[in-house]
Design a protein around this ligand. Structure first.
Ligand code: ADP
Ligand code: GLC
Length: 482
């Protein structure tokens, strides 16, 4: 039995700010349970859903040294849908109403978390063969493992995988302060290890020290080796090329299933998707106070509101498209104020055409996936993207930019061969995006059978974790054989 511990700063159902939580919470369910015991360790944030608290069992506590600081570590454990979770408790570090605050606090918080995870292993009675770390918040796990735990036999054989979900966030801060916080030896803060552009860089540490690096789609694995996509680290990614690959994310097929989804008013399957989606559309129109018309083209957005997701293009395009097309847009998301305000302003100018919900709501997002005809996701870059896969599962046609995982998952519509399950455009350009939205609108309005074909093909696609979980199994096998 191979033992794997997934280390992450978020995981569903406990805490989620984006796709990372979906991935870490759902992937472990899909391993072959006879051969792989895959568990998860995350922080126990004060902001996590309190309904889970009664189910947590206290396991142990101890103290960990972070340079001159000595900090409390409590470990809780629980199971959810057959997956074993450990939660690291420290009320000082994991306080507040969100998992992440500012970079200054977060570099200390996640240095603490990384060291606490390693120190917890002898206490939790789970000696992993593999520590599978995710994003910059866990970048110091492989670094601490090799520099400060390496001499201890218990740790000697542990291999590490570091998965990049988003290279834009690297966890960079002043070297002097990071040295003081982490207690890591001065000599590793050099250009080949932790230093990058004059600062300490947690993600770089993870990439340099891990035995293997993955990212979440094959196209993004290539893009990060280029100057345009490398976020300043393309040289490092090129150097790591033979220990770097893209494994496409999947989605949780139980959670996102239009046939059984408890959040949506009308459940449906592929066979009755057109009727089912129309009924969900009218229900959502009533709920949101939009004019009730089941044949209006409804375009959805479910997204963090950051520049990564292409909101600058959207802001430009809506000035033109909202007056021009007979559409309704339903938006749910939160993030940068400028984008939130942009949607508020469009809503006040076109209340019959655009509805925005600023905030996070699992229930509402499911209703949007089920009700809309198309989902807009014109990302500037996209390591994988889950929203487009979820939308296809609900027969909602994605309109995307051809980048990263969007390129790997959305096969563009070909009207001559009747193939494809979405619409895509190549350049980060508002005119190009508007053309493709107009094209999708025209197919929806004027060629109902062709649109129906798109819906069927989208729902036929398989985005479950099965294939990718096998890829991770092979990677774990390869590393443990080394
Ligand atoms: P990212 O991780 O970059 O934000 P992904 O497409 O990988 O993008 O994952 C986003 C996940 O977060 C999806 O499960 C999506 O449904 C969900 N999501 C995004 N914004 C919201 C929101 N405001 N409310 C509910 N779910 C949201
Ligand atoms: C990141 C990326 C997104 C990806 C998710 C899960 O948040 O932005 O593209 O799907 O991680 O891997």
């Amino acid at each position: 039995m191979k033992k794997v511990l997934l280390v992450s700063s978020e995981a569903v159902p406990y805490v989620k700010t984006g796709g990372l939580a979906d991935v870490v919470g759902s992937l472990p369910k899909y391993f072959n349970k006879d051969e792989y015991d895959v568990r998860v360790i995350i922080p126990k944030y004060a902001c996590m859903d309190s309904s889970f608290l009664p189910k947590l069992r206290f396991l142990c506590h101890f103290y960990v040294n972070l340079n001159w600081r000595r900090q409390y570590v409590g470990i809780f454990e629980t199971e959810y849908h057959g997956v074993h979770f450990y939660l690291v408790d420290n009320e000082f570090y994991f306080a507040g109403d969100a998992p992440y605050h500012n970079i200054y606090e977060d570099v200390e918080k996640f240095a603490y978390f990384s060291k606490a995870v390693l120190a917890s292993l002898p206490y939790i009675d789970f000696a992993p063969d593999i520590l599978h770390c995710n994003d910059w918040q866990t970048g110091l796990v492989p670094v601490y493992l090799r520099t400060m735990f390496g001499d201890d036999n218990f740790y000697a054989g542990i291999k590490t995988v570091f998965t990049i979900h988003n290279l834009q966030y690297q966890g960079r801060w002043r070297i002097r302060e990071v040295m003081d916080i982490t207690g890591l030896p001065e000599q590793i803060f050099n250009a080949k290890e932790l230093e990058s552009y004059g600062e300490a860089n947690y993600l770089k540490g993870g990439v340099v020290y891990a035995d293997y690096v993955t990212t979440v789609s094959p196209t993004y694995a290539h893009e990060i080796t280029t100057v345009e996509g490398g976020e300043g680290l393309s040289g490092l990614m090129c150097a790591k090329r033979n220990k770097l690959r893209g494994i496409l994310n999947g989605i949780d097929y139980e959670e996102y299933n239009p046939q059984t989804d408890p959040y949506i008013p009308v459940n449906y399957i592929r066979k009755d998707a057109l009727v089912g989606k129309k009924r969900n559309k009218t229900a959502l129109q009533k709920e949101l106070g939009l004019p009730v018309k089941d044949d209006v083209f409804m375009l959805g957005i479910v997204s963090r509101m950051t520049s990564q997701k292409g909101f600058d293009l959207i802001s430009y395009a809506l000035e033109e498209l909202l007056p021009e097309l007979k559409i309704q847009m339903v938006v749910i998301g939160s993030g940068e104020g400028q984008y939130e305000n942009m949607f508020r302003s469009f809503q006040s100018r076109y209340p019959e055409k655009l509805n925005v919900y600023i905030g996070y709501s699992e229930e509402r997002s499911h209703k949007v996936y089920a009700a809309c005809d198309a989902l807009l996701m014109p990302s500037m870059f996209e390591p994988c993207g889950l929203s487009q896969m979820i939308s296809m599962r609900y027969g909602t046609i994605p309109i995307v930019r051809e980048t990263g995982g969007l390129k790997d998952t959305v096969e563009p519509y070909n009207e001559f061969e009747n193939t494809g399950c979405g619409f895509s455009f190549a350049n980060f350009n508002a005119q190009e995006m508007m053309e493709i939205i107009r094209y999708a609108y025209e197919v929806y309005e004027e060629r109902k059978d062709d649109w129906h074909g798109l819906v069927n093909r989208a729902m036929d696609r398989n985005f479950s974790w099965n294939a990718s979980a096998r890829e991770y199994e092979k990677l774990y096998d390869k590393l443990t054989e080394l």
